[in-house]
Design a protein around this ligand. Structure first.
Ligand SMILES: [Zn+2]
Length: 371
């Protein structure tokens, strides 16, 4: 039996609810932070049923994420710990800035979105993405329970890259729905193995065997080389199958996080009803552009994309950026989206993505009253 691995504790909000229920739901917090944390993805359908300006049809899949707003400066604060260990953690955490369009600002006082403690010995864990906002302001959102000044650099890299992956919205790779059936677990041996470090069968179920639902993923295929994968010793699987400790970002980790936090995204832009169309680019694979407009008086509005790209247009609101009112793929000019809908007074948001998550291209967007 190999040395007992050091892994994330069962405390992962969203998976195991040891905490008191948050005042706002974790989904609500996520969509308040970033409107496309609930994403409507068009599904291939043999009969192209008309959803012209209509509500969500069966042809859509909804994906729920816990991502921070793209371009965000996240404040990170140490609640305890010794300076030497803190500075090692900070240096490795900041590697994520080269991958994702986020800035980690280490602060020593005042509020912080990510709060790091070293107090809970023996456990390393982090909340996932915006779930950090559901944690009491004086409590930790991340813990490193075995990092010492003498711990190897490799171990620092492995756990800090992994825990900050959680903090930026990533889940465990073996709990990616695409991992289901990919790992030939010998379940009784796995229970016995983790029981040695104090895990109940429930703990093991929720951390090892339970996969997330299809609507929350890191990647569309299982990536055993992900920094978000645990080591899997051969002794815990049937036949010959093992995964070593991953200490570096895999190419898929980098590609996934670049898509979620694209450097070229313009941020939230304002649209004027009846104004000139706005020229824009989806310049990075997976980029999602978001727009806001205000409706002063109830009227039927036409919202559309135009141009050479196969865009998907999603309408959110009223007054709730996480609410999806309608989406459209191809009812506009060319392969563009067009939504016609009576809107009551309030705030609305439009998000634009390319139908093909790897593709880029230009488009224009506009909103006007009908007639
Ligand atoms: Zn983890």
């Amino acid at each position: 039996m190999p040395r007992s691995p050091k892994i994330c504790s069962p405390y992962l909000p969203g998976l195991v609810s040891r905490e008191a229920p948050a005042a706002r739901s974790s989904d609500q917090v996520a969509t308040d932070e970033r409107i496309d944390n609930i994403r409507v993805l068009p599904l291939r359908s043999p009969s192209h049923v008309s959803s012209h300006g209509g509500a969500i049809s069966q042809r859509a899949a909804v994906e729920r994420m816990k991502l921070w707003e793209n371009g965000r400066h996240l404040r990170v604060k140490f609640l305890d710990g010794i300076p030497e260990v803190q500075s090692k953690v900070a240096a490795i955490a900041k590697e994520w800035e080269a991958v994702a369009n986020l800035t980690l600002d280490f602060v020593t006082s005042g509020p912080a979105e990510i709060r790091i403690s070293f107090a809970e010995q023996g456990f390393c864990w982090s909340t996932v993405g915006t779930d950090a906002l559901t944690v009491a302001a004086d409590a930790a959102t991340m813990n490193y329970g075995w990092l010492e000044p003498t711990t190897s650099l490799r171990e620092y890299q492995r756990v800090v890259r992994h825990e900050f992956g959680h903090a930026l919205g990533m889940i465990h790779e073996h709990q990616n729905p695409a991992a289901l059936g990919q790992i030939p677990w010998d379940k009784e041996k796995v229970y016995a193995y983790y029981a040695q470090q104090g895990w109940s069968r429930d703990d093991t179920d929720s951390n090892i065997f339970q996969v997330y639902s299809e609507d929350s993923t890191n990647h569309t295929t299982f990536d055993p080389t992900s920094i978000m994968e645990y080591a899997i010793p051969d002794a815990l699987t049937v036949g010959s199958y093992s995964i070593g400790w991953n200490t570096t970002f895999s190419p898929t980790d980098i590609e996934f996080m670049r898509r979620q936090y694209p450097k070229a995204s313009p941020g939230l832009l304002e649209l004027t009803i009846g104004g000139a169309r706005t020229n824009a680019d989806l310049s990075t694979g997976g980029e999602i552009d978001t727009y806001h407009f205000e409706v002063a008086a109830a009227a039927t509005h036409i919202m559309s994309t135009e141009g050479p790209s196969d865009t998907v247009l999603t309408l959110h609101g009223p007054n709730d950026p996480g609410a999806v009112l309608a989406w459209d793929d191809d009812h506009g000019k060319g392969l563009n989206g067009r939504i016609v809908r009576k809107l009551s007074p309030g705030s609305y948001w439009l998000s634009v993505r390319h139908k093909n998550p790897a593709a880029t291209g230009s488009y224009t967007i506009g909103v006007k009253k009908q007639g």
